[in-house]
Write a protein that binds this ligand. Structure first.
Ligand code: GLU
Length: 488
């Protein structure tokens, strides 16, 4: 960066609901850019639209940002608490003849629009009826309490240009922009005005946001010009699309970060995947930790075409990041997850502790796609009182015969009871080399798994045995054997 100023970026959500995928991606890009260049990341809540904004939504956004690890260096700053500042700047522009009070009523403006439409005008700008009101009259009407807004006086002619980090140079004719409102009749600033004032006041050097904001940028530039200050550098990144190539929305499935957290996606996977929606390091490397992203992030690698959100790909990243996590951190994450989001995950008290939980998660390997998958693979190791489902019993009877399966299980129990080497390798070799009712090894393993897990999926069954211990294994094998005997 040639810029001498300290780099500062900001994330400026309007709190209308949960943080969504697109917002999280914008926040992440701004965060990465700031961190990459040793700058600061500011959080600004754009809550001046009192009808649509709520403090619950602000809180939810903050919570999701914290969850993702996008910690801000400054803020949260709330625009709703800064109205005096915006009004001061509006007054300054007014004093300099760059803004004026407009007393036109909604009805007048509507009639004006209708008239212009009828004349076939496509560009319907305000007709500046109030621009030249004598100063004394304007002041008198305002002081008498007449409802009015403040409009920005758009310079006549000329072009507004900026060099976008994604799109290159973009030019806009001043004449196509009308005298837009900067202060509404309730004294609140409009979005374009507050954004410009805040970006200036907060010394924001770079703005990375969705390209749906491109059309707002000239208005913000016009404000910077009127104030005689430098505008930030912009990067308008393409929108994120759903599978049908339309803008990602609820129609495509869940878009809120809260949903993904609750569904068992880990923040490392979301951060990694979101970073790739509109940015790439090269055409091969896809797995990144946050630190790697900070190191490798570059504004030169923003994509120009919209990225498509693919839940399968996110799931793949989730599996990869769960796999890559250090064992203790993974155990703690999964333990916290089941405690928070899986009220139906059962623990007998003696198995409800992080050390035992870790011994179980250590044998799961890379089986987990989502955090909650831990339940399917391991619930049976946390309770003593397991039930054998009827369809499992039926399958065993069908494939082995009840008597034969019961006998085989008894033999297995005896072999295990006498096992000299109670380790996964020792147990496996012992059972591989034992003759049990003429059953091949996979049939033996199936019976063993059914008896220990009461289901057909589990982590490596010999590892499961070391976690359950001899006594619990013995009980379970004999229990299933007895159930099968009774089927006759
Ligand atoms: N508050 C705006 C939004 O949520 C973003 C403003 C900006 O980035 O300039 O869309």
């Amino acid at each position: 960066m040639s810029d001498k100023k300290q780099i500062a970026t900001r994330f400026a959500p309007s709190p209308t609901g949960f943080l969504h995928i697109g917002g999280a991606r914008t926040a992440l890009f701004n965060y990465l850019f700031a961190k990459k260049y040793g700058g600061k990341f500011i959080l600004r809540i754009e809550d001046t639209d009192t009808a649509r904004n709520s403090s619950e939504a602000s809180e939810a956004i903050l919570t999701s940002l914290r969850w993702l690890g996008l910690n801000w260096d400054e803020g949260p700053l709330y625009q709703s608490q800064r109205t005096a500042l915006y009004n001061r700047y509006a007054q300054k522009l007014f004093n300099e003849g760059k803004a004026y009070r407009c007393f036109c009523t909604g009805e007048r403006l509507e009639a004006l629009r209708a008239e212009k439409r009828a004349d076939g005008e496509s560009h319907i700008a305000y007709d500046r009826a109030c621009m030249n009101l004598p100063a004394a009259e304007s002041l008198k009407r305002s002081e008498s309490g007449e409802k009015h807004v403040v409009r920005f006086k758009m310079p006549d002619g000329g072009t507004l240009s900026f060099n976008d980090m994604v799109h290159g140079t973009l030019n806009f004719q001043n004449d196509v922009l009308d005298d837009f409102i900067i202060i509404k009749s309730d004294g609140m600033p409009t979005y374009n005005f507050a954004v410009a004032i805040d970006d200036y006041e907060m010394n924001v050097t770079h703005v990375i946001r969705g390209d749906d904001h491109i059309s707002n940028t000239p208005k913000q530039l016009a404000i910077f010009n009127a104030l005689g200050v430098e505008a930030p550098v912009y990067a308008h990144v393409p929108m994120i699309l759903g599978g049908d190539k339309t803008k990602l929305s609820k129609r495509h499935g869940a878009t809120s970060l809260t949903y993904y957290e609750e569904a068992g996606y880990v923040k490392e996977a979301l951060v990694n995947y979101l970073a790739l929606l509109g940015w790439a390091f090269d055409d091969r490397t896809e797995f990144f930790t946050m630190d790697e992203l900070i190191e490798k992030f570059s504004e030169k690698k923003f994509g120009k075409t919209p990225a498509v959100f693919d839940i399968k790909k996110l799931e793949f990243f989730n599996q990869s990041h769960l796999k890559a996590m250090p064992a203790q951190a993974k155990a703690e994450l999964l333990y916290d997850y089941v405690k928070k989001y899986m009220p139906d995950f059962r623990f007998d008290e003696k198995y409800d502790n992080i050390d035992y939980f870790r011994s179980v998660t250590d044998i799961l390997g890379d089986r987990l796609k989502l955090a909650g998958d831990v339940k399917n693979y391991s619930q049976f190791m946390f309770i003593d009182d397991i039930e054998y489902p009827k369809d499992l019993i039926d399958k065993i009877i069908k494939d082995y015969g009840a008597n034969s399966a019961a006998r085989a299980l008894r033999i297995i129990a005896d072999i295990i009871a006498a096992a000299p080497d109670y380790t996964p390798a020792g147990l496996e070799s012992l059972l591989r080399n034992s003759a049990i009712e003429n059953l091949n090894f996979s049939k033996i393993a199936f019976l063993l798994r059914s008896s220990l897990a009461a289901q057909t999926v589990s982590p490596g069954i010999f590892e499961v045995m070391t976690i359950l211990g001899r006594c619990r294994c013995d009980n379970r094998i004999k229990k299933l054997s007895a159930i099968l005997e009774k089927q006759n």
